[in-house]
Design a protein around this ligand. Structure first.
Ligand SMILES: [Zn+2]
Length: 288
């Protein structure tokens, strides 16, 4: 295959890959869109459970007070009935005392009961409010989930289409090159760039003269020693000046991924050295 054809293939592949990685990222991030809403709903439910516990406790108190009240009422009614068959003054006084005590007790219980019933009513109202809030939130969340699922499905359809295009482009390209190319694009979004006037248009570094000549010859795939991108020669239009920087100006090149920094020395080599530092020695090796 002609090198120009390889470069064209790589450029086409780049367009596909950039779009593909963008979609993959969107799919990855999508579920997080609902995190806040999910969190809010979970908190509402927790609060509801707590409030419901308080409601149950208040309900138990009300029930106990009602039972106590009817017990005291029964005692009093029995005493009142016994009054009909009283035979002496002592008996009368004892019953009268019991009735009075019962009445006092009933009054006290009724007061407590009224307070507790008010608490219960307030909690009941709050629970109903929470229930309606929860169901509104749930409905909204489900609606958003559906919309999101639809969106993700659309992304996946687009991804499938891109994968098809990728499969059409890739045959004929060196697998190792394609693999490196994919990784560069994943990081830098641009995997193949032009060299103009001996300057890499990816990182704007001036390339070593002999190396730039090799790029110009276009006989093999060469990676920029500074930014690892694949390079192809492009003539400069009249008057066009390519901006460039030098190592001295930029200082550290640490932000550039130099994992592939030494690839140009031996493009056949499979190098997985994560610490492959780009030192001056390597840069200078081009000069001779
Ligand atoms: Zn570069």
């Amino acid at each position: 295959m002609e090198m120009t054809e390889v470069f064209d293939k790589l450029k086409n592949l780049q367009n596909v890959l950039v779009e593909k990685y963008d979609l993959e990222q969107k799919i990855d991030k999508s579920p997080k869109q609902l995190d806040t809403q999910n969190g809010f709903l979970a908190r509402l439910k927790e609060e509801y459970i707590e409030k419901n516990k308080s409601y149950e406790e208040a309900k138990a108190k009300v029930d106990a007070l009602r039972a106590e009240l009817s017990g005291v009422e029964a005692t009093r009614e029995a005493a009142e009935k016994d009054m009909d068959s009283v035979t002496n003054h002592r008996e009368y006084e004892a019953l009268d005392k019991q009735i009075k005590e019962s009445k006092d007790k009933e009054e006290e219980i009724r007061r407590n009961l009224k307070d507790e019933e008010e608490v219960l009513a307030r909690l009941d109202e709050a629970l109903k409010g929470d229930e309606s809030m929860i169901s509104t939130q749930e409905a909204e969340l489900n609606q958003n989930k559906e919309a999101l699922d639809k969106e993700i499905q659309e992304y996946k359809d687009q991804l499938a289409e891109l994968s098809k295009q990728e499969e059409e482009i890739v045959p004929g390209l060196d697998q190792e090159i394609v693999y490196k190319f994919q990784r560069i694009i994943q990081r830098n979004s641009e995997g193949i760039v032009a060299v103009k006037n001996g300057v890499c248009t990816g990182c704007h570094m001036i390339l070593p003269g002999q190396f730039a000549n090799e790029v110009h010859d276009g006989e093999k795939i060469l990676f920029c020693p500074y930014c690892s991108r694949i390079l192809f020669h492009q003539d400069v239009a009249e008057g066009e000046v390519e901006e460039y920087s030098t190592l001295d100006e930029t200082g550290s090149l640490a932000d550039f991924d130099d994992e592939f920094a030494d690839e140009y020395e031996d493009s056949e080599a499979v190098n997985n050295d994560e610490d492959g530092d780009m030192d001056d020695e390597k840069s200078l090796s081009f000069e001779d």
